[in-house]
Design a protein around this ligand. Structure first.
Ligand SMILES: [Zn+2]
Length: 418
C-alpha cells in the first residue's frame, strides 16, 4: 500500500500548485475520505500568496544537432520549478546564468525550488549534473520551454480525520517536491497508512492529518480554524525525511517542554537506538514554523531523520528509500499515540503503601531494583493530581510500566481513573 502510493507519484512534477500535487492530494483524500480545501493560486492566505499554477508541456535543452541534453519528461528536476516560457539559442556563457549544478555532488541533478515560493516567477532554467555541464563544449545550445504558468487554478489541501472526541492532535506532511521521495512523499504515504488504522479504532482523542504543498497547506488549514477548534488542539507533529538511509531524529517544538515534546522524547529515549535530538527548526525548517508560529502557537514537533547526502537531488528516488526505516517509524508514531490515548490520572482507593504480595504485585528488589523503587514512589505520587505519564516522567520510569501498574490496581478495584 505505502509502496503503491509512492510508486504512482514519485516521478511526477509536484510543484506547489500543479495538477500533479493535486492528484496526490485527491488520491490520499479518497483513501481516507478526507475533506479538501481549495485555494486559488495568487490568492492571499495569512500573509502569504498561493504560488502560480505550473504545467509543463515541453522543457528541452538540446545541442544544435538535435541531441537532447535535458528533457523535463525524463525527469522533472531538469527544469527549474515555475520556469517561464523561453525559446531560443544561447552561447554556453549565456546559458550559464540559467543552469544550476552542484560541483560537490557531480553526478546528481539538483533541485531548484526557489521560484515555487515566489509570488511571480520571472526566470527560467535547467538543473544538470555537474559532470554533464562540464563536458558541454559547443558554442551554442538550443532551449525550448513551453509551460502554462498562471493564477487560474486551485491548490488543494486535504484534511483527514480519525476520532471525534477529546483533544485534537495534528499530523502533517507535504505533498510537493518534484521527483523527491523522502522529502514529502514517503511521509504522506506513512501517515496515510497510520490514519487508515486510526480510522478503524475507538479513539479517546481526535486526530487530523493535513496534507498539501509545503507551507501553503499549513497556512490554508490554519486560516480556516476557528478559535474553539484552535483551543482544543493539544499539539502537532510534522513529518519529513522519513525513509532516508540515515539515523532517526526529531526536533522540539518552539515551546520545548510541551506535552507533545515530552511524549516524543519519552519514546525516543526508550525505544530508539540511535537518534539525534535537535532544537526548534534545527532538523529541517518547514510547516512546523506555521503551526508553532505567531497567534496559533501550537506546539509542533518534527519527526524525521537526519538529512541524507542526496537531500534535494535526483538520488532522493524510489530505489534509495529505506522501507525498513519507514516501518520502524510507524511503530514509533503508534507508541507516541498510545500515550496520548491511554494516559489517565490514577486515584488510589487505599491508604498507606499497598501490601503488594497480597495482590500478587510484588517485585523482588534483587530481580529489578528500579521497578521495586518505582512502585513505591508511584503510589505516593498517585494523589489524583498527576497522570501516569507525568508520574513516569517525574520518577524516570517507563510510561508503560507505570500505566500497567495502575491498570492492574484498577482491575483489582484499588484505584480509579479520573
Ligand atoms: Zn525540501
Amino acid at each position: 500500500m505505502i509502496e503503491e502510493l509512492i510508486k504512482k507519484h514519485i516521478h511526477t512534477s509536484r510543484t506547489p500548485v500543479s495538477k500533479e500535487s493535486n492528484d496526490l492530494v485527491n488520491d490520499v483524500a479518497e483513501i481516507l475520505n478526507a475533506d479538501i480545501i481549495a485555494a486559488k493560486s495568487g490568492s492571499e492566505v495569512l500573509t502569504w500568496f498561493i504560488p502560480e499554477y505550473f504545467h509543463v508541456k515541453k522543457g528541452l535543452l538540446k545541442r544544435l544537432n538535435g541531441e537532447i541534453i535535458a528533457d523535463f519528461h525524463d525527469n522533472p528536476l531538469y527544469l527549474w520549478t515555475n520556469s517561464i516560457n523561453f525559446q531560443g539559442k544561447l552561447s554556453k556563457n549565456q546559458l550559464k546564468e540559467h543552469i544550476l549544478y552542484d560541483e560537490n555532488r557531480p553526478n546528481i541533478i539538483p533541485y531548484h525550488y526557489k521560484q515555487g515560493f515566489s509570488i511571480k516567477a520571472e526566470n527560467w532554467g535547467f538543473c544538470l549534473p555537474y559532470n554533464k555541464w562540464a563536458n558541454m563544449n559547443d558554442e551554442e545550445y538550443e532551449v525550448e520551454i513551453q509551460v502554462d504558468i498562471n493564477n487560474n487554478e486551485n491548490m488543494l489541501t486535504g484534511v483527514a480525520q480519525a476520532g471525534n472526541k477529546g483533544k485534537t492532535y495534528i499530523f502533517a506532511a507535504h505533498t510537493c517536491h518534484p521527483a523527491q521521495a523522502t522529502d514529502g512523499l514517503t511521509n504522506v504515504a506513512l501517515l496515510t497508512e497510520i490514519f487508515k488504522t486510526l480510522q478503524t479504532m475507538d479513539l479517546k482523542n481526535t486526530y487530523k492529518f493535513v496534507f498539501g504543498p509545503e507551507y501553503y497547506a499549513a497556512a490554508v488549514f490554519l486560516e480556516k480554524l476557528n478559535d474553539d477548534e484552535l483551543k482544543n488542539i493539544n499539539g502537532a507533529f510534522f513529518l519529513d525525511l522519513i525513509g532516508a538511509d540515515t539515523d532517526f531524529a526529531f526536533s522540539t517544538s518552539f515551546f520545548t517542554d510541551s506535552f507533545v515534546d515530552k511524549v516524543t522524547e519519552h519514546i525516543f529515549l526508550r525505544k530508539v537506538k540511535n537518534y539525534k535530538k535537535y532544537g526548534y527548526r534545527k532538523l529541517i525548517g518547514n510547516d512546523e514554523m506555521f503551526y508553532n508560529g505567531p497567534y496559533f502557537k501550537i506546539p509542533t514537533v518534527t519527526l524525521g531523520q537526519i538529512a541524507s547526502n542526496y537531500y534535494h537531488t535526483s538520488d532522493d528516488n524510489y530505489s534509495n528509500i529505506n522501507f525498513k526505516k519507514i516501518k520502524e517509524y510507524e511503530k514509533i508514531i503508534f507508541d507516541i499515540i498510545d500515550i496520548l490515548e491511554t494516559d489517565f490520572v490514577p486515584v488510589l482507593k487505599y491508604k498507606g503503601p499497598l501490601c503488594l504480595s497480597r495482590y500478587n504485585l510484588f517485585i523482588d528488589i534483587r530481580s529489578n531494583r528500579d521497578a521495586y523503587r518505582h512502585i513505591e514512589t508511584m503510589q505516593i505520587l498517585a494523589d489524583g493530581t498527576l497522570s501516569c505519564f507525568e508520574i513516569a516522567e517525574k520518577i524516570g520510569a517507563d510510561y508503560k510500566f507505570v500505566k500497567d501498574f495502575f491498570e492492574s490496581l484498577k482491575r483489582k478495584h484499588l484505584c480509579v481513573s479520573r
